[in-house]
Design a protein around this ligand. Structure first.
Ligand code: FCB
Length: 466
């Protein structure tokens, strides 16, 4: 693979790295942390690859000074991490765990000492199990509990966290968690998943309100919108595409940025939902103005009509709306099996910008690739595929910016190899390799490449300022 060079982003554009609590922290039962749905799920036989759990993960809970040192050395402007709800409120509501609060205090102060801007995600999928036991996101009480959590976090860290992300990828929480069942809590439901989608948005709206009251700086949400292509021009594939647009994208973007529910949703849900979990005042709450929207992008999806659409609405789940995902791109696949198509990233950003005049500035809150990395005898990790992936996706962002889209910054996923949810420890997304036996961290070639990119970018920014 030839050296792709450094893509050029505009002066002032900011670079960071991202992680999430359950994927890196470990210490799952230490210092008063309560169990989350991911503890329960990963400890259930057959749910994760190789039976992997986040019990130890990267042991970041104990090794955070080393990880902050890696970030400092990398030269990033910002670091996106998530606050584990069950560490701060072990039962989801009520009693606050002082030791949990202290942990993130230390982390945030270490980041600030290193000159790194903290960006905190409130919900990166680790719902306290106690709340799931009372209905989870299917019920409105969970959205209210989320507001309580947001208030606790906002009060404590609001003076030091630069950027707040209420939810990470609510699509996955609602549909992968409650409809497909591939993620915690592992449910396969129709109505439950749609109610979850709505309550996640309500929770977002309530959390925004709490964060604003606490004087938070910037507040936003992170979505994994999808660039969808139809498998063919056949009418059934085009109809499947319309349904998938609602399921993947419009469920979130219409209420958040246009103050309405998706126009064609009835066709998508086809008797699955009557929406009686919606209240008249919800749209206004959900659509409150944001300072930014976070976009996570990995790969495009091709949609075709699935032959097996469940005819009975009572038994149908929300993802069983009649779409399949063939892979006709003919490009390299990452070890996740995801096609590498950077142009789809530019298209997604441009389409989003064109569609919503009220859209706030965009931050890329995740982008990266899983590769088959290993430490070679020279003590290094050679990952040219990841460097190529990052270079081409950053160039795709630069193309969107050149076309007039307001993108402010980019967080690479991820700082460290980590617990990749149901895929366990098999999938390595890090700029830093983690040996899970010894927990040794080894910066990969892509780490050094990213550092070079940031240094070059900073020099250019300073030059333009002169
Ligand atoms: C996203 C998740 C993140 C990570 C990447 C690979 O869907 O937000 O935690 O697992 O995928």
């Amino acid at each position: 693979m030839s050296d792709p060079g450094f893509p050029q982003l505009p002066p002032g554009f900011r670079f960071g790295a991202a992680t999430a609590a359950y994927q890196i922290e470990g210490a799952h039962d230490e210092d008063g942390r309560g169990p989350s749905i991911w503890d329960t799920f990963s400890h259930t036989p057959g749910r994760t690859h190789g039976g992997a759990t986040g019990d130890t993960a990267c042991d970041h809970y104990h090794r955070h000074p080393q990880d902050v040192a890696l970030l400092r050395e990398l030269g990033v402007d910002g670091y996106r991490f998530s606050l584990a709800w069950p560490r701060l409120l072990p039962q989801g509501t009520g009693a606050v765990n002082q030791k949990g609060l202290d942990f993130y205090d230390r982390l945030i102060d270490e980041l600030l000492d290193a000159g790194i801007e903290p960006a905190a995600t409130l919900y990166h999928w680790d719902l306290p199990q106690a709340l799931e036991d009372r209905g989870g996101w299917r019920v409105r009480e969970t959205a209210e509990a989320f507001a309580e959590f947001a208030a606790v976090a906002g009060d404590r860290y609001g003076d030091r966290v630069e950027r707040w992300i209420t939810l990470n990828e609510p699509f996955c929480s609602a549909f992968v968690g409650y409809a497909e069942g591939r993620h915690a809590p592992g449910a396969r439901e129709g109505r439950g998943a749609l109610a979850a989608a709505h309550h996640l948005l309500v929770g977002h709206g309530l959390a925004v309100r709490e964060l604003r009251t606490a004087g938070a700086h910037e507040v936003g949400i992170t979505l994994n919108l999808d660039r969808l292509h139809p498998a063919s021009g056949r009418p059934e594939d085009l109809a499947a595409l319309r349904r998938a647009e609602v399921l993947h994208n419009e469920v979130w973007t219409e209420p958040l940025f246009a103050g309405r529910y998706p126009e064609h949703e009835a066709e998508t849900w086809a008797g699955l939902a009557d929406g009686d979990w919606r209240r008249p005042e919800d749209l206004q709450l959900i659509g409150a103005p944001l300072d930014f929207v976070g976009i996570n992008f990995y790969r495009p999806i091709t949609v075709e009509a699935a032959p097996h659409r469940e005819p009975d609405p009572e038994r149908r789940t929300a993802t069983d709306i009649g779409v399949a995902e063939p892979d006709p791109y003919g490009t390299r696949l990452t070890t996740m099996g995801w096609p590498v198509v950077p142009s789809a990233f530019t298209e997604l950003l441009c389409n989003l910008d064109a569609r919503y005049p009220q859209l706030p500035p965009i931050w890329i809150t995740e982008n990266g690739s899983a590769e088959a990395d290993s430490v070679t005898p020279d003590g290094r990790v050679h990952d040219p595929e990841r460097i190529d992936y990052l270079a081409r996706h950053l160039a795709a962002v630069a193309d969107a910016v050149a076309a007039g889209v307001d993108v402010r910054g980019y967080y690479v996923w991820s700082l460290l190899d980590n617990f990749e949810w149901a895929r366990g420890y098999d999938q390595r997304f890090g700029l830093v390799h983690v040996d899970y036996d010894t927990l040794t961290r080894t910066p990969k070639d892509s780490y050094h490449w990213y550092r070079g990119l940031i240094t070059a970018h900073r020099a250019r920014t300073e030059e333009t300022a002169r």
